[in-house]
Each structure stands twice: as C-alpha cells, then as structure tokens.
Design a binder for this molecule. Structure first.
Ligand code: NAP
Length: 460
C-alpha cells in the first residue's frame, strides 16, 4: 500500500509524512522536493521564472514517477487541482487529508518563502485558497484529520488507526446487518456483502451508495461502479432503498460510508444529518450528494450543475421554467447563475409564487407564456413522460431562436423536444442533466473529473 498525504500548506504533510514513514518502515517521497531536484531550483524560483503552469507540469511528472508501494507521499497543497494528478495519486493508495482551520494554517505558514497565489493578505489568502480547494481535498481523501491541536506524533497515531480501520472487516458488520433488511436485488446484495466482508476488509477507497425510497431503478450503481473501475478507484457503490432516513444515516455513519447520492423523498430531510450544507444546496433547499470527511458530513447539490452545464455558453436572455417542484428550483438557480431573467410558470400558481419570492424572479400560470419574450425553455414538470405523453407547449408556441431543455428523460426524445427540433430550436435532453450531475458527484466523491462522454458511453 501507498499512503498519500494531501492538504493545504501548513498542515504538516512533510514532517508528519517523515514520522509516519519511519514508523511504517516506508520511504518518504515529498513531491515538492522531487520537483526542486528535477528542475534544479527552488519552488519560489520556478514560480518566478517559469510561472505556475511550469510548476504544475513538473509536479505531475513527479507524481507519475512515484513508486506504487511501500511509500509515504507528501504532496504540495495544489497537487489535487489537476484531476489526472488525483487519479494517479489515488491508485493503490490510501489518501489522508491533513487539515487545520484557517487561523492555525495562517499562523503556521506566516513568513513562508513560498510565492503568494493571490493579491490578498497572507491570512486572507490562506482562507480563500483553503475554501476553494476544500471540496477537492475532501473528495480525494479516504480519511480526513484535523491536525489543529494535535502534535505530529498524535497525527501519526491517527493515520495508523485509519490504516488499521481500513484493514478491519469488523467495521462493516453493522452496515451489512442493515443492508440485509433493505430491498435490493439478490445478486447485487450478494456481491455487495461479499465485497464488504471479504478477507481484505473494506475497499481501499470506501463505500458509496444511492439512498431513496424507491431507488431500485437507479442507474447510479451501474454508472459509478464503471467509473470507479475506469479511474482506479477501489470503492464499492451500492443502493439502499428504505423508508427510514434516520436508520440509513446512522448505519452509513457507523460504517464510515464515504459518499451518498440522495434521491426522492430524502433530498430535503437529509439536510438535518449534515454538518455543513454548501451555499448552492442551501439556496436550492435540497441536497442530492453527501460526502463524509472524517466525522464531518457535507451536503451538496449537483442537480443544478446538471442543468447549468448543458446550458453553459447560452447567451443571457429570458428563460421560462415550467413547474414549481424540486427540479424547477434547481433550474431557476442554474439559469440565474447564467445571468438569465427567469419566469416560473406553474398550474398551481401559489407554488410558482413561493419559488419566485425565494429566488427573486417572475411567476405566473402556463397560459401567460409569451414565445416572443422567451429565449430558453426548461420543462421541470413530468409532462411528456412515457405513458403520460403530452407536451407543456403546442408546436406553434415555439420559435427557432429558442433553446429547449426538457428535464424529462424517459423517453429521451419527448414530444416537446420533437416539436422543438422540427421548429429549429436548440434541444437538450433530460439525460444530459443526469450526465452532468453525475460528473460533479464523481468529482465530489473522489476528486476526479471524468469526461461527460465517458458517462454517456457507460449509460449507453
Ligand atoms: P415535483 O416536485 O413533483 O414537481 C412537479 C411539478 O410539475 C409541479 O410543479 C407540478 O405542478 C407540475 N406538474 C405535475 N403534473 C403536471 C401536469 N400534468 N401538468 C402541468 N404541470 C404538472 O417533481 P420534481 O422533482 O420537481 O421533478 C419534475 C420532473 O423533472 C420529473 O417528473 C422528471 O421528469 C424531471 N426530472 C428529471 C431529472 C433528470 O435527471 N433528468 C431529475 C429530476 C427531475 P403542481 O405544483 O400544480 O402540482
């Protein structure tokens, strides 16, 4: 096994890495030191003379040259910024995120000769850089340790406990007992239990699951299992269909489950089990992703990213969202983020009013739709789903300059999209929401960004 230490400057990676390597009888590799030796100059000099991209390229080369086993690796604070680095570092490794709060990090790095990355004061820069990188550190890590208040020796003891925990099959017993009572296809259940209770102990990179009621139909296990295999992530992704969210979260916490995809009906209730809610999830009022880092559970929302990404690059204009449920909230948030003026149209106008008040946008009933004043249309109602058929708009209500995003994904080509295509509109299928929300979820779960094309290929 290889132990990789990640975290911001001042978290003690090199000193702790040296102590840990000594205790384990491993060799220590410090990627900053490797870069300095390879380039024949100090890191401040590389930044000054060649710029950050040259430093990052040298850092990537150093990471690729790391031995696969029997080493402790102390990385530079920004090593996780490149997805390829994260993937290379994680393969065959147990990754530990060493953290500390902003004040502790600022005090530890005061007077450092390292080049500043921003024009901010030292303390502000430490806080800003840590904040921007936190989701990547948390995703890339199998364990997270707050080193503030701990001696280096104490931190080493904690890391050794993490290694032991990962090797222990006892840690997953409670989770297995819980899984046995949930609804799961028998074949999948057997594979899950066998992997969890195998002689090797828990998977190196932990357990992940989709939780919901129902969620047996979810394609997330198939997708993430394939993505993990493609990216060298030794994780298990299963499903938990069960009505009692409290019981699910207790079992997941006890087993140290690393990541959860959250679906109906838990997207709002799951927030009470999180220690932190991201600003996006808070604004939308829903969490569809939970990432655990140490004892800290972060609730995030990737549904809005799944709506924003396919629309990125669309010139800001006037957008109409049909529907006023959870998907509509994510759509309004995404459209406003793209600089659109949004109007929510819903058959129950009171619900549209609630969203409009929350997000500060316009609202009305569907009969107030005006094609001449609409550039982007998002259907966030179930109208058009298989069986139900139908369309929120008649063909004559569409215009060639419009972009139409139908969030309905069964069938992939809805009646609304067929009408829009015939009119000459730009069309986006509901399946794209799933693709891009999963891409962001993978990044939050593992720190690795995969191509949307790979996700589409796996989903077929
Ligand atoms: P939701 O909370 O139940 O809200 C559904 C909204 O649609 C409500 O505003 C409802 O109006 C309206 N509606 C329902 N039936 C209608 C009808 N026959 N005519 C007009 N309006 C109708 O559901 P949601 O979670 O927001 O999801 C909405 C849809 O988005 C889903 O059905 C699904 O197709 C799609 N979705 C897709 C993805 C994806 O990955 N592509 C993900 C999530 C959702 P009232 O307020 O008047 O009841």
């Amino acid at each position: 096994m290889r132990i990789v230490l990640i975290g911001p400057r001042g978290s003690g990676k090199t000193t702790i890495g040296a102590l840990l390597a000594e205790g384990l009888g491993y060799r220590l590799f410090d990627t900053d030191g490797m870069v300095e030796r390879a380039e024949g100059m100090s890191i401040p000099a590389i930044f000054e003379e060649r710029g950050e991209p040259a430093f990052r390229a040298a850092e990537t080369a150093a990471i690729r040259a790391l031995p696969p086993e029997g080493v402790v690796v102390a990385t530079g604070g920004g090593a996780i910024l490149l997805s390829d680095n994260v993937q290379a570092l994680r393969t065959g490794s147990l990754t530990v995120f060493l953290d500390a709060d902003d004040a502790v990090l600022a005090a530890r790095t005061e007077g450092s000769t390292r080049p500043p990355l921003t024009g901010l004061s030292h303390a502000e820069e430490v806080a800003a850089v840590r904040k921007a990188r936190l989701p990547l550190y948390r995703g890339a890590a199998d364990f997270c340790i707050d080193t503030g208040g701990l001696s280096h020796a104490d931190t080493v003891t904690r890391i050794q406990a993490c290694i032991d925990e990962r090797r222990s099959v006892a840690g997953c017993r409670e989770f297995v007992t819980f899984l046995q009572q949930t609804r799961m296809e028998r074949d999948e259940w057997q594979v899950t239990i066998e992997r969890l209770c195998g002689a090797e102990g828990m998977p190196l990179h932990g357990i992940f699951a989709v939780i919901g009621n129902p969620c047996l139909h979810s394609r997330s296990p198939e997708l993430f299992t394939a993505l993990f295999a493609a990216c060298g992530v030794d994780g298990i992704y299963t499903r938990i269909e069960w009505p009692d969210l409290g019981a699910i979260m207790a079992a997941a916490r006890a087993a140290g489950v690393k990541g959860l995809s959250v679906t109906i009906p838990f997207k709002s209730d799951v927030m009470q089990y999180c220690d932190e809610i991201t600003a996006d999830a808070h604004a939308i009022g829903a969490v569809n992703t939970v990432v655990r880092c140490g004892d800290w559970c972060v609730g995030a929302n990737t549904d809005w990213t799944g709506i924003r990404q396919p629309l990125a690059g669309t010139p800001p204009g006037r957008a109409v969202v049909f529907g006023a449920g959870g998907a509509a909230r994510a759509a309004v948030y995404a459209l406003q983020d793209l600089g659109m003026e949004v109007t929510v149209l819903n058959r129950t106008v009171e619900r549209a009013h609630i969203i409009a008040r929350h997000f500060g946008c316009e609202y009305g009933t569907p009969d107030t739709y005006d094609p001449e004043k609409t550039d982007v249309i998002v259907n966030a109602t179930p109208v058009g789903m298989e069986g139900a058929g139908g369309s929120v708009l008649a063909a004559g209500d569409l215009r060639a300059h419009q972009t139409v995003f139908d969030l309905v994904y069964t069938p992939p080509e809805t009646k609304l999209l067929r009408q829009a295509r015939a009119t000459g509109c730009r069309c986006i299928r509901g399946t794209e929401l799933f693709v891009y929300q999963a891409q962001e979820q993978m990044r939050l779960f593992t720190g690795i960004t995969v191509d949307a094309a790979l996700i589409r290929e796996i989903l077929g």
